[in-house]
Design a protein around this ligand. Structure first.
Ligand SMILES: C[S@@+](CC[C@H](N)C(=O)[O-])C[C@H]1O[C@@H](n2cnc3c(N)ncnc32)[C@H](O)[C@@H]1O
Length: 360
């Protein structure tokens, strides 16, 4: 006769263990017994219901009208991490609890936390705020008519970055923005931290026939509205090149959709002055599902520098008004860099037929 206490204990144990398993192990567990099969399908359903694993303010569900794949497996981080800080190889996903039982990765300390403005809460952007960014008003945010990007940075804002005035990310079609950082006296609700609260708009991860998963708006987005950061692992160039070679092989065999972005900031002379490598392939946030469009798509990439941080973050804003259901895309770069890339299915009239890819 079935022992109800043992069955209860088994399903409690399953609830503890199953959310840690990657999909192949979860599938093996499902074969072990009927009870485990029921528990694994509950975990699968919860995973499909929220790609962000409860680590964002809103759930970002998967939606697959194409095949039977319920979700894509990766490790979630709401913020970029410095490699090799991402030492975790597993993360619970699909627990009954709203939040995973383990602590999530702490927000990384990316630089010099003592630098920042001394504004009180709600006063950033005023006469004495040190986070001013004279460049932001003219930077390439204007390309997409995004003059409203800068919220802090009034005449005296202490987060001003003289370097940013000479750098020219806009050459690559990228805006720049300064925000208050860890060293600022203002609190987390400061208006000049609009990219620091993770995902707050309704999004959906939708399966496409040829492009794999893609990120879609699940609400109307207004032009210049913050959508999400492109979060992943910050890599050294050496490590990025090593991974790129590996990813190229796997991608051309159809075994992987790499999400390694290389961002270059340029001096006005045109010489590359800073290279930032963000890999969201294994560890990332919902931005890892954003596909490329050769016409630039509907998202504007903006390099955001928080006061006190050395490494800029890549943030994505609506480049125009976006309707509910529309796929979100931006340009990964210039496809002419490597004409023998993977096929591009963006469908835009200027598409040369290949995806942009970094030379290693
Ligand atoms: C950042 S990921 C985007 C999410 C990806 N589609 C997935 O299923 O995980 C980048 C990868 O998506 C695919 N991809 C992105 N844009 C594409 C496009 N326009 N045409 C074909 N594949 C695309 C490529 O495999 C690329 O390496």
């Amino acid at each position: 006769m079935r022992n109800p206490t043992a069955a209860g204990a088994a399903s409690e144990l399953a609830e503890l263990v199953l959310p840690w398993l990657p999909p192949p192990d979860l599938a093996v567990a499902a074969c072990a017994s009927r009870a485990l099969r029921a528990a694994t399908s509950a975990v699968t359903a919860r995973r499909a219901a929220d790609s962000s694993r409860g680590l964002e303010a809103v759930s970002v569900p998967f939606d697959n009208p194409i095949d039977s794949k319920p979700y894509a497996y990766f490790l979630y981080t709401p913020f970029s991490l410095i490699h090799p800080a991402a030492s975790a190889h597993a993360q619970p996903w699909g627990c009954t609890r709203a939040r995973p039982p383990c602590p999530t990765w702490p927000r990384p300390d990316l630089g010099l936390p003592s630098a920042g403005c001394a504004c009180a809460e709600g006063e950033c952007g005023g006469a004495g705020c040190a986070c001013a960014d004279p460049e932001a008003e003219t930077a390439d945010a204007s390309r997409a008519g995004m003059g409203t990007l800068r919220e802090c940075g009034g005449a005296g804002c202490a987060c001003a970055d003289p370097e940013a005035e000479t750098a020219d990310a806009s050459r690559a079609g990228m805006g720049t923005l300064r925000e208050c950082g860890d060293g600022c006296a203002c609190g987390p609700s400061c208006e000049n931290r609009r990219t620091q609260r993770g995902v707050t708009v309704q999004l959906r991860v939708v399966r496409h026939l040829k492009k794999g998963w893609g990120l879609h708006a699940a609400q109307v987005l207004r032009r210049a509205q913050f959508v999400c950061e492109y979060a992943g692992e910050f890599l050294t160039t050496e490590e990025a090149q090593r991974r790129q070679r590996l990813y190229d092989e796997l991608a051309s065999a159809g075994k992987l959709s790499p999400a390694l972005l290389v961002i270059r900031e340029h001096l006005p002379s045109g010489r590359s002055c800073m290279r930032v490598n963000i890999d969201a392939t294994r560890v990332g946030n919902v931005a890892r599902f954003i596909n490329h469009s050769c016409d630039g798509g509907n998202l504007q990439p903006v390099l955001v520098r928080s006061s006190g941080s050395l490494i800029p973050r890549l943030c994505l804003f609506a480049a125009r008004d976006i309707v509910e259901g529309e796929e979100l895309c931006f340009s990964y770069g210039d496809a002419r860099v490597r004409p023998k890339g993977l096929p591009c299915f963006c469908g835009s009239s200027c598409c040369p037929g290949v995806l942009p890819a970094e030379e290693t």
